[in-house]
Design a binder for this molecule. Sequence first.
Ligand SMILES: Cc1ncc(COP(=O)(O)O)c(C=O)c1O
Length: 390
Amino acid sequence: MSQHPETKAIRIQTAQTGEKEHSTPLFLTSSFTYESAEEMAAAFADDTLDVNIYSRFSNPTVDEFIAKIAALEGAEDGIATGTGMAAVFGTFMTFLSKGDHIISASAVFGSTHTILTKYLPKWGIDYSYFNMNQPEDIEQLIRPNTKMLYVETPSNPGLDIIDLQYVADLCKKSNILFVVDNCFATPAVQQPISFGADLVLHSATKFIDGQGRVLGGVVVGRKELIQPLYLFIRNTGPSLSPFNAWILTKSLETLFIRMEKHADNSLKLAKALQNHPKLTSVKYPFLESHPQYEIAKKQMSNGGGILTFEIKGGIEGGRKFLNGLKLLSVTNNLGDSRTIAAHPASTTHSKLSAEERAAVGITPGLIRISTGLEHIEDILEDIEKALGEV
Ligand SMILES: Cc1ncc(COP(=O)(O)O)c(C=O)c1O
């Protein structure tokens, strides 16, 4: 009988060492040794050999983390990186060359937007944006040199959602690589490969860590796609540290149970706030008022741990709200056991022009809540008190 994902997240583990440890060991070593000069030469001669050489290339603790994410996402293989941005950048650099074209949703994380609009054009790679709310526009953006289509769903921070099956079918028809940033949902909630995505990547810094401790990234997909990506990471060096991999692989043991609680608290919070007099709107994938509610229900097992609301009073209202919080953390990370409030217009997306922010739905009073695992009544009380001061 094949194991359930919840079991794989816990039971996939590095082979036990002679010490008979129960919890997974941490291989905090830069390099590995050989029995002979011939064995060492053989390890270097063949890039595809499954042998540990140096932790920039491979490490058992990092491999365990990759194996778990690949299993949970339904992928054949994967590669881990030092940050989520290294996963995004490594993917672009491996599969895009001078003269190529990438189509991306305009609603993407701020640094991804910077790579697409500031760096790729510098190297002769062209991009086109489409609005997540108008996926029917994608087809007319496809050119003969289009190599990749990139989305985040749900998007950060706008929580826009796109029909993965629809986009995957379009990409297959035109032989375009379909890449999904699955950071907001995690594989506990959504598996884009099952809808036809080619590569799935993550900022493991978020819900995968789950306690705001370490940075990390990962990309998973078919073996033939991971091999060139592995060579890019191996040779250019944005590898995941074994220590961070150990934190992340231990965190995966609780991913499913955490995501259920994050989502349960988020839905309760979204429902409690949806008619609040100080707010003009509340957005959460599993609220019926979400514009893509039906799609969310189809491809996600719950609504995830992030919700947003729009405070009346714009930028000043947003500031007053943050200043009124006593329990919630005011920080830009997300996916933590502690509830976090952030104000994207003045932080993560501050590098965008006002027009660019408006185009991706970041209004001056938009607050993003990453719902933690505290008691829902305590979270709600703090938010309601702070709203009272706006
Ligand atoms: C959706 C998404 N993708 C990528 C990243 C980048 O990840 P990292 O901060 O680990 O580089 C983030 C970070 O917030 C994110 O939210």
